[in-house]
Design a protein around this ligand. Sequence first.
Ligand code: CTP
Length: 400
Amino acid sequence: MLKGKKIVVGITAGIAAYKIPLLIRLLKKEGAEVQVVMTTFAKEFVTPLTLSVVSENSVLSDYYVKEDGSWHSHVELGLWADALLLAPLTANSLAKMAAGIADNFLMTLVLSARCPLFFAPTMDLDMFQHPTVSENIVKLQSRGYHYIEPAEGELASGLKGKGRMKEPEELLHVLTDYFSTEHIFKGKKVMVSAGPTHEPIDPVRFIGNSSSGKMGLAIAKAFARKGANVELVMGPANLDTRFPGIRTTDVNTASEMETACKKIFPNVEIAVMAAAVADFTPAEPANEKIKKASGPEVIHLKPTADILAGLGKIKKQKQLLIGFALETENELANAKEKLQKKNLDMIVLNSLKDKGAGFGTDTNKITLLTKNNPPRLFPLKAKEAVALDILSAIQSLMEE
Ligand code: CTP
């Protein structure tokens, strides 16, 4: 699975470093080329000699070798790597990464690397539960880095809880999983709708909602990073949508969004409708600004078209249609009903009851519902990480 892949394994000073030689053996068996980079303190936990023997490569730790004056380029190494795995990653190095500190060879490499980055923070229970650690993890996830959650169990302190590094076999699995799905979305045509809609009352006022567009944009970017050609239909949100592989159609109203989506949908294989579309629009928007004195006490509304349901009606067998459901009560039942009624392959449920989920935040907490499988609940994550969960669920649908 990893034949010819160039993997940099970055080791920081955690006790779990003693398990890394086994991981390297597994990577080598899978056909990967491995370059170990370690911090000075990591050498207290596992010897460079062991790592060098198992990786069949010299181990890098510094910018230069004093004895012969040769130096190592973190920039070149960053370009060479197909993946960078940081395991174990201490709370200290995690914080440095979150802050962009580059005070050793490994941290400069992190800033130079353009490849996917996987990080496995490991630490004691209380440290892991500290708010700065969770904030830093979310920060790294929001940069598109892949978080490898620690396992629960016995910790070096003798305490029991979350903080252990995943076993080498599991770390290997994360990488093989990533590379096995690398090509699945390559060249696929995908439509994503995102953001709110603004329904004009008069030329200066509108009915809108507080959707930020961040979830939809994160999904669009996740597809584009995997090589898909993405058509993003974007409602009025203050986001920079320029990104290689994404073509954006900006729209304002539900009706404009409907026109754009209907035009694009027949040519795509996957559509993810993350936009928060207004269900009603002013029946007769005023042509001139409504004056206070003459202002209406009542604004008459008419329903908008349900874009998603409309696409569900024209969906071809080979197309996958994914919707969102934002609920505040009877979440699962309502989402299930939408899944069926709108003829969807999957629905992403957000509950506004969950703290940190839904509109405006950088995080989200989702439940995925499909026709044939039981609901899958996910923990609170950065929206970029949520996007990756959605993509891997879509991949499973494609393989069904
Ligand atoms: N949606 C749409 N067109 C609309 C309203 C909603 O395409 N006019 C889509 C959204 O993009 C989302 C899904 O339908 O993918 C569900 O949106 P949501 O607001 O949760 O549900 P509604 O269908 O509007 O139902 P309700 O407001 O009754 O919950």
